[in-house]
Design a protein around this ligand. Structure first.
Ligand code: 2RA
Length: 329
């Protein structure tokens, strides 16, 4: 298989490379693609130096599969061009996620709905992936009516510029580059642009993408997305109301038995998920599970996951593995 990674020098692109090295995916050729300033430079992959290509050159090479992680603009401009030439595209940007003809896939949840007709598969937003990984098995058993989410998103969610800003502001010796707001010793209730009603695009992604993945427009979902001064890992405080009541131990057992989830839930021993415990791990961690006694059939939880891994690169590579395993490529 000839695989192109578009956006290979970005934070997610680099994690995709690491994952491909960790996994036993046979590649005939790897085409690393980046913006003009990186063309000609080399990346290391499986102990070999490989030259970075332009997207135009890669387009002419007709890769079998391409993973795009270079932003919505590139995906909108090039996505369908590649698929029309026969490339199967896994897109990590927001460009196609809510397009009715494109599937929005978390393999463990709705991979089974991928068909041979699907030539462009959208990877959900990082904060959505970790949310649905935890909620889906509970939805199957107890039917979710309402979800309230508050997210605490690391600076790496806004790319290298977010990380550079945090590092710059933490280092007193570094010259201060003026940013709109300081993130060091601060939290910013603003992830992506606001709509006319005061919700941010990040908050709307959680709502709309979750409903699409669950194929359920009736679930009531509301969210608040916050940027916090940490390097790796998005955290989410979740409040759920179900149609059916639940037994808390049975519910914990369901989560514990779900592939891709790790239950960290023992407050007597101060065991609960934290970003520093989840960095560079491909799983989603869940804890602080407790009944919400303010209303019937309701629950609070805390979930954490590395947004560059299961939140982006890992899910994209798992889609690739799913396609290979099920002989779509
Ligand atoms: C963020 N989830 O954290 C968005 C995009 N990666 O900013």
């Amino acid at each position: 298989m000839n695989l192109a990674i578009v956006g290979v020098t970005g934070m997610v692109g680099r994690v995709i490379l690491n994952l491909l090295e960790e996994k036993k995916i046979f590649l005939k050729n790897l085409y690393p693609v980046a913006s003009k300033k990186s063309i000609g430079k080399k990346i290391f992959f499986k102990k070999k130096k490989i030259k970075i290509l332009s997207i135009e050159e890669t387009f002419s090479l007709k890769p079998d599969v391409a993973i795009f992680s270079a932003g919505a603009e590139i995906s909108k401009k090039w996505g369908m061009k590649f698929t029309r030439k026969g490339t199967l595209l896994i897109d990590n940007s927001s460009a196609w996620r809510m397009n009715k003809s494109k599937k929005l896939i978390v393999p463990e949840i709705n991979g089974k709905f991928i068909s041979k007709r699907d030539k462009l598969i959208a990877n959900p937003n990082c904060s959505t992936i970790q949310l649905v990984m935890v909620l889906y098995p509970l939805h199957l058993k107890y039917r979710i009516k309402n979800i309230t989410i508050s997210t605490y998103q690391s600076v790496t969610g806004s790319g290298k510029k977010g990380l550079d800003q945090l590092r710059n502001e933490e280092d007193r010796k570094k010259t201060k580059k003026i940013y709109s707001f300081k993130i060091h010793r601060n939290v910013i209730p603003h992830c992506d642009k606001f709509d006319d009603y005061g919700s941010s695009k990040e908050e709307l992604k959680l709502i709309n993408e979750t409903k699409k993945i669950f194929s359920n427009k009736r679930i009531g979902i509301t969210s608040t997305s916050i940027r916090v001064p940490i390097v790796g890992g998005h955290s989410e405080s979740i409040n759920l109301t179900f149609k059916n009541d639940f037994d808390i131990n049975e519910l914990r057992q369901i989560l514990s038995n779900t592939s891709g989830l790790i239950l960290m839930d023992n407050i007597k021993k101060n065991i609960y998920p934290m970003p520093i415990l989840c960095e560079e791990n491909n799983n989603v961690f869940v804890g602080r599970i407790r009944r919400d006694f303010s209303k019937k059939k309701s629950l609070n939880m805390w979930i954490v996951s590395d947004n560059l891994r299961k939140g982006s690169a890992t899910n994209a590579v798992q889609i690739l593995e799913y396609l290979i395993y099920n002989k779509f490529i």
